[in-house]
Design a protein around this ligand. Structure first.
Ligand code: GLN
Length: 192
């Protein structure tokens, strides 16, 4: 009944490259809204945690009292996409939502950034052009985690239920296919 309604995607906007995500979300016909305080999480169909600096984002989340509300939203089944620092925020040591341990700046400080074309399972139409900026990789993961893409045997794109996470920045390459996948995932609000 509500499947044709415009979906509302919240983008954590404490720090990082949330604007680039908002542009992609809008280009796909969904509504993008910036999340800075717990009340901004009301009525979201999906959530994006962008790249940035995970230490700074952690402080912002604590300062705004967002930790528990973010956990509750994702645990309730709301689809979430974490990119780069956003993947780190979802891991065991941060929000504790993804059953993964990430390694920060994993590709080495010398190689601070690079680009690669990688195949991501579930993304149609050829490899994604991935921009990596001081990117993490998945160092360890539990059985519920599906590896969707890797660089030199290191997992850089994963899915666990309603959570999608990538080490790179699809929004900087203007590739909206993961955002489309996020929008296609059905959260509780629409299902119930
Ligand atoms: N290196 C950053 C961190 O550890 C992540 C970089 C990014 O999001 N582009 O938080």
């Amino acid at each position: 009944m509500t499947s044709t309604a415009r979906k509302v995607v919240g983008i954590l906007a404490l720090q990082g490259d949330f604007e680039a995500h908002a542009k992609i979300v809008r280009s796909l016909g969904a509504e993008a809204c910036e999340v800075r305080v717990p009340a901004d999480l009301e009525g979201l169909d999906a959530l994006i945690i962008p790249g940035g600096e995970s230490t700074v984002m952690t402080l912002g989340i604590a300062r705004e009292g967002l930790e528990e509300p973010l956990r509750a939203l994702v645990r309730a089944g709301t689809p979430v996409l974490g990119t780069c620092a956003g993947m780190i925020m979802l891991d065991r040591e941060h929000l504790g939502l993804l059953d993964v341990t990430t390694r920060r700046n994993a590709f080495g400080r010398q190689v601070r950034s690079f680009e690669a074309d990688i195949d991501v399972a579930g993304v149609e139409g050829g490899p994604m052009h991935a921009v990596f900026i001081r990117a993490p990789w998945v160092a360890d993961h539990g059985p519920a985690v599906e590896i969707l893409g890797a660089v030199e045997d290191h997992a850089v794109a994963i899915r666990q239920g309603n959570m999608l996470a990538v080490s790179f920045h699809p929004e900087l390459a203007g590739d909206g296919r993961l955002h489309e996948m996020l929008l296609a995932m059905n959260g509780r609000r629409r299902a119930g």
